[in-house]
Write a protein that binds this ligand. Structure first.
Ligand SMILES: O=C([O-])CC(=O)C(=O)O
Ligand SMILES: [Mg+2]
Length: 547
């Protein structure tokens, strides 16, 4: 649509209520005349930069982060250009507000802070009509869908329909970090009920009032949704997010071979953690093939990371069987060993022959790992003793406390540095502030899949990839690791600065797209310059001229 015809459609007050086209006080005199806005705005014209200053002041004056979140979502509802300008120009300050940890708090309160819907709700009563529901979405050009059923929201458990905050937040990062146009992002809540009694008893809970549907009914709903989404938005990329363990692995297996789909908690987290390990090895001087990783927690993130590490080792020439021996798991029943009895299919490859160990510290002492990776959702599980023992075993122990939000981290950055005499190479899923000790400043890296999914998604949709492959995630991990500078490592940070995330995402997208083209996963002709092609598709938060 040309800007002129857009302006005709949106004459008058309507354009002020269209968040995609609204410029608010930045409408020029000529635009105010052409669009019949005279009198509807205060007379003083402000530039986007001045509006940004106003917004920053407002955000910073709020009393807590949930209020800041609400302000930002309100801004997104009024003026997306300004919202993304603020988000992109101040990503380190804003990401913890629109994403983990604050989005976790927002999800817990979702029914109570509800204002305006963002995204689509699809539930059991929509069976047989999901296409019509998708057709109600005002934007017909969705390219990326993030969908959850709310069963495992971050490390917070079953939040039912309150989990809608997660697809919204993830998609805001798609735009901010990888330039996917806001109208091409579709958040979806598959509201199949919740088993969270507290929510079911809360009169302000706004999801379906029932316990979760399971089995055939559930599968049929998911299947209808995926089929309808592809039909409605050809080529759309579907990101599975924060499903319960069993469904996450199952749905990924079931759909990844036939649709453009991935699971962020399994594959995105896998890639971001591998990137962190590769960078940590630049500090320790070790090889990936010398590492022994001990995971606490054997859910999506843990298995996803182990599978990605195994893929990297196999790519280096190791056998799968041998590679798996480098990854060990402790779950709620202790060390996962081969003679334990019933073991789920996803853990089975990592159930090695070994004496049982009941607790995590016992397993650390028995296995002498080079790295411990917390993906358990158990706050404080990396005790002082665990970290001290890791420091005795290793000169530079690798300690990743990846559970989200911050309240669920296995240890804090301070604890990791203090209990290891400053030797830990630490990363966390949610952000921690730098830690000052004497003349030294330790800057913890944020090992969050936000470094991976925006770039992978952009690469996939820009190349019109029909599938998202493991090879793409392995490549994304390596590309991310390559962006870590010696300066980052000197600060202790094993990820690039968040301020560079847009460039990093573009590089990941380039490499993912290159795989799609070279492996015949795209019908699109390979552009001469993939990077230029990617960049040309990235949304920039600038106002159009209407007159
Ligand atoms: O959302 C995040 O911060 C990372 C993630 O996918 C999760 O913890 O489920
Ligand atoms: Mg997640």
């Amino acid at each position: 649509m040309s800007e002129l015809s857009a302006s005709k459609m949106h004459q008058g007050v309507k354009i002020l209520h269209d968040p995609i086209r609204n410029k608010s006080t930045a409408f020029t005199d000529a635009e105010r005349d052409a669009l019949k806005l005279r009198g509807l705005l205060p007379p003083r014209i402000h530039s986007l930069a001045e509006q940004e200053m106003r917004v920053l002041g407002a955000i910073r004056s709020k009393v807590n982060d949930l209020e800041r979140y609400l302000y930002l979502i309100g801004l997104q509802d009024r003026n997306e250009t300004l919202f993304y300008r603020v988000l992109m120009n101040h990503i380190e300050e804003m990401m913890p507000l629109v994403y983990t940890p604050t989005v976790g708090k927002a999800c817990q309160e979702f029914g109570h802070i509800y204002r305006i819907p963002r995204g689509l709700y699809i539930g059991p009563s929509d069976r047989g009509h999901i296409r019509e529901v998708l057709d109600n979405w005002p934007h017909k050009n969705a390219r990326i869908i993030v969908v959850t059923d709310g069963e495992r929201i971050l490390g917070l458990g079953d939040l039912g329909a309150n989990g809608m905050g997660i697809p919204i937040g993830k998609l805001s990062l798609y735009t901010a970090c990888a330039g996917i146009h806001p109208t091409q992002c579709l958040p979806v809540m598959l509201d199949v009920g919740t088993n969270n009694e507290e929510l079911l008893n809360d009169p302000l809970y706004n999801g379906v009032e029932r316990r979760r549907i399971r089995g055939e009914q559930y599968d049929a709903l998911v299947d209808e949704f995926i089929t309808a989404a592809q039909d409605m938005f050809p080529g759309v990329l579907i990101q599975l997010e924060d499903f319960g363990n069993a469904n996450a692995f199952r749905l990924l297996q079931q759909y990844r071979q036939k649709t453009c789909l991935f699971d962020d908690d399994i594959q995105g987290t896998g890639a971001v953690a591998l990137a962190g390990i590769i960078s940590a090895l630049r500090i320790t001087g070790g090889e990936l093939s010398d590492q022994r990783l001990l995971f606490l927690g054997a859910g999506e993130a843990g298995i996803g990371i182990a599978d990605t590490v195994v893929a990297a080792l196999v790519d280096e020439g190791m056998s799968v069987e041998k590679a798996r021996q480098h990854c060990w798991f402790v779950d709620s029943k202790g060390l996962v060993v081969s003679d334990r009895g019933e073991i789920s299919a996803s853990k089975r490859p990592y159930a090695h022959k070994h004496a049982a160990a009941g607790s995590f510290i016992e397993a650390v002492k028995a296995l002498q790992p080079t790295a411990i990776i917390g993906v358990s959702g158990q706050a404080g599980a990396f005790s002082r003793e665990v970290i001290e023992v890791m420091g005795e075993i290793n000169q530079r122990p690798i300690i990743f406390a990846l559970s989200n939000p911050t309240s669920k981290a296995e240890c804090s950055a301070e604890q990791a540095y203090d209990w290891s005499q400053g030797q830990a190479i630490f990363a966390s899923g949610s952000p921690f502030e730098p830690v000052e000790r004497g003349s030294r400043t330790f800057v913890p890296g944020q090992g969050n899949n936000a470094y991976i999914f925006p770039g992978v998604g952009l690469g996939a949709v820009a190349s019109r990839a029909r599938r998202v492959t493991d090879e793409m995630f392995l490549r994304a991990a390596r590309t991310l690791a390559e962006q870590v500078t010696d300066q980052d490592l000197e600060l202790g940070r094993i990820y690039p600065s968040l301020s560079r995330i847009r460039d990093v995402s573009a590089l990941i997208a380039r490499d993912v797209a290159a795989i799609a083209y070279s492996q015949g996963l795209s019908d699109r002709e390979e552009p001469e310059d993939i990077m230029a092609d990617i960049e040309s598709q990235m949304f920039q938060p600038v106002y159009p001229h209407y007159a």
